[in-house]
Design a protein around this ligand. Structure first.
Ligand code: HEM
Length: 354
């Protein structure tokens, strides 16, 4: 490339990075009104709003829907055979449901005030939301309206892990579906990819999840992808010195901005421990991934897991079960949504209006 061409491409690149970093300000007023970028103080100084429930049990549907696990598994298997990228969509959907106010399927509710309209959820896969509803229809057809959407999400997440090459883990059941979506203030407590390690640890601790859970659950980034806007902060300091970051930047500047970058650059569709080896080699895509090397406890886990896949299976098993047990301050209160996972029962007569 000659000097002029190089200068032109650098200018284009800087323009793009500036655009990426100012992305929220480029949204329409309507979209902007839904956006709340958490400040650095968001996680400071308030008590945990979410705790670990103890009331769930593996045989909750033993009488009312004994084959619920089989029904969900075959539906997920069928969907993933058509599109394996949905596995990542299901897992992330579950995390974004559970973290704000517990695993209550509040993320699935439709409408103007819904969580799906909120800034932290803009990249959640809508096809994963639809898949949960498709599974609910099958399960309710077989057993009647007895299984909650929240439990279907927990089971579908397990099956997505399994079908992408991960190990099985216990999924206790008995969650109820929320009557309302979570408020924006709570959804905005989902940690950002720009967070440093202290902010990440603090955010997880606010949900009764420790640094071990943070590392193991970040391992879900062994599948799926990220949009350029999610890792644009990587270009700020490192771009010139780091070949991997230059590659990320190149993809963002030359490709379609809607394309996603694999989060695990070694085995992108396989639920294995390669993500951790990537981090050690400086090849984590998100800033929050790379931040796991900036705390001695987290780094020790990253190293250990990179060398021993069984460590990952065991710890992921424990940590995803903890994530799946999160409940809001109201406890396990709610209902089994009977008409649709996107509509609470009290609004079911207005389904056409939602
Ligand atoms: C530690 C804090 C975390 C941060 C800051 C974070 C952030 C992100 C971001 C920014 C993306 C890319 C979104 C996009 O651009 O499309 C992403 C993708 C993803 N995240 Fe996380 N995440 C975190 C933890 C988790 C956890 C705990 C899980 C699940 C247990 C998870 C599962 C996923 C999956 C599977 C994807 C890929 C989604 C897809 O391809 O559709 N993440 N995450």
């Amino acid at each position: 490339m000659n000097v002029m061409a190089w200068k032109a491409s650098m200018l284009a690149m800087l323009g793009l990075v500036a655009a990426l970093l100012s992305y929220p300000t480029a949204l329409s007023m309507a979209e902007a009104s839904l956006i709340s970028m958490p400040t650095e103080d968001v996680h400071r100084g308030h008590a945990p709003v979410v705790f670990l429930a103890e009331s769930l049990t593996p045989d909750y549907y033993a009488d009312s829907c004994p084959d619920v696990r089989g029904l969900v598994r075959s539906a997920v298997g069928e969907a993933l055979q058509k599109d394996i990228a949905l596995a990542a969509g299901l897992i992330r959907l579950f995390y974004h449901d559970c973290f704000p106010q517990g695993c209550d399927a509040s993320i699935l509710l439709a409408g103007a005030e819904s969580e799906l309209q909120m800034w932290p959820n803009r990249f959640l896969q809508r096809a994963a939301v639809q898949l949960i509803e498709d599974i609910r229809i099958k399960v309710h057809h077989a057993c009647g309206p007895v299984v909650s959407c929240a439990d279907i999400m927990a089971l579908a997440t397990h099956d997505a892990v399994l079908k992408s090459g991960g190990q099985s883990y216990l999924v206790p059941l008995g969650r109820l579906d929320s009557l309302e979506p979570a408020p924006l203030s709570t959804v905005s407590e989902l940690p950002l990819p720009t967070f440093n390690i202290s902010q990440l640890i603090e955010a997880f601790e606010s949900r009764s999840l420790d640094v071990t859970d943070l590392v193991a659950l970040s391992g879900a980034h062994t599948i799926g992808g990220a949009h350029c806007t999610s890792y644009a902060d990587r270009f700020a300091g490192e771009a010139n010195s780091n070949e991997f970051v230059r590659m990320l930047l190149h993809n963002c500047t030359t490709g379609d901005i809607r394309d996603k970058q694999d989060l695990d650059v070694t085995t992108p569709n396989k639920f294995d421990d390669k993500y951790f080896g990537n981090l050690e080699a400086g090849k984590g895509v998100l800033n929050s991934d790379m931040q796991l090397l900036h705390d001695p406890r987290a780094m020790e886990l990253v190293k250990g897991i990179a060398e021993n896949q069984w460590w990952f299976w065991n710890q992921f098993d424990t940590s995803i079960r903890k994530l799946g047990q999160l409940q809001g301050p109201q406890g396990n209160a709610g209902e089994v949504r009977t008409i649709s996972c996107s509509v609470p029962n009290h609004k079911s007569s207005n389904v056409g209006e939602v």
